[in-house]
Write a protein that binds this ligand. Structure first.
Ligand SMILES: [Zn+2]
Length: 273
């Protein structure tokens, strides 16, 4: 039995079927969602949580199909349990987002040398009667984000690039915030065009689903920063980030239902020229 990551105490998994053959697995004190999609021949697990352990056993209670494991991006709260499986599909540039010492986390699990297979824009996973298309995100929240689009079921998985609550925009070095905001705007335009009023947009944190209008709010948010009239709040009002060392330099910027966290000086810099 895999050992739990001793550095993590985010609780246990619970899940529910959000629609036919689609489960939300809830984790991290309720703040994170992992998704499990089932087709006729295979299932797909979108993200593996923080490495709490026993995710594979939990997933195998929900489905008896072979499970294809993918990561929306390579942040530790999304890839922490990868080494419970033999193979995981990830984006290029995953190394840039991996936590230093990430292999130590993998040693807790049965497959510390699991295979990483790079997939990019347009790649399709055929689960049997259910095709999931990959969209490669432009660098915004991080370097290694993928979106997953299930056209047949009208579901779009937005990872951490478009969270419910706020999107964290301070982790994407070496690009400047201005470049990443432009990319965020392009990502939002692309996803908005894919969606209709029935699309379930499913993010990984802080609740799901979100409405497609949310993408328009993100476009408005980026434009407000570039125009220099963004609503900037110094209080982040966030349970985990308020405990991070150095959080004082970050601010929240809001527009409609969208908001981001970013370095305040970088936000003010992005407004220039
Ligand atoms: Zn992330």
């Amino acid at each position: 039995m895999p050992k739990a990551n001793k550095n993590v105490n985010f609780g246990y998994y619970s899940g529910w079927m959000v629609s036919k053959n689609t489960w939300i697995i809830n984790f991290m004190d309720g703040s994170q969602n992992i998704y499990l999609l089932e087709g006729d021949q295979a299932a797909m697990l979108i993200d593996t949580g923080y490495g709490q352990g026993n995710l594979r056993a939990y997933v195998e209670k929900l489905t008896d199909k072979p499970v294809i494991v993918v990561n929306t991006h390579f942040h530790l709260d999304h890839y922490g349990g990868n080494a419970e499986w033999e193979k995981v599909y990830v984006a290029d540039q995953w190394e840039k987002d991996a936590t230093p010492g990430y292999q130590e986390n993998d040693q807790n699990f049965p497959h510390p040398d699991y295979e990483r297979v790079i997939v990019g824009d347009g790649f399709e996973f055929d689960l049997g009667g259910r095709v999931i298309r990959v969209l490669r995100a432009k660098v915004a929240h991080c370097n290694s984000s993928l979106f997953f689009y299930d056209a047949g079921n009208n579901m779009l998985f937005s990872g951490d690039e478009f969270e419910s609550g706020q999107t964290l925009m301070f982790l994407g070095e070496p690009n400047t915030l201005k470049e990443r905001l432009k990319n965020m705007r392009e990502n939002a335009e692309r996803l908005y065009a894919l969606c209709d009023e029935h699309t379930l947009v499913l993010p990984n944190h802080n609740g799901a689903p979100i409405a497609r209008e949310y993408f328009l709010d993100y476009i408005g948010l980026v434009d407000s920063i570039f125009r220099g009239n963004a609503e900037i709040e110094d209080d982040l009002n966030h349970k985990y980030i308020n405990e991070m060392p150095g959080h004082e330099k970050y601010c929240r910027v809001r527009f409609g239902g969208a908001s981001i966290f970013a370095d305040k000086e970088e936000v003010l810099e992005a407004a220039k020229a």
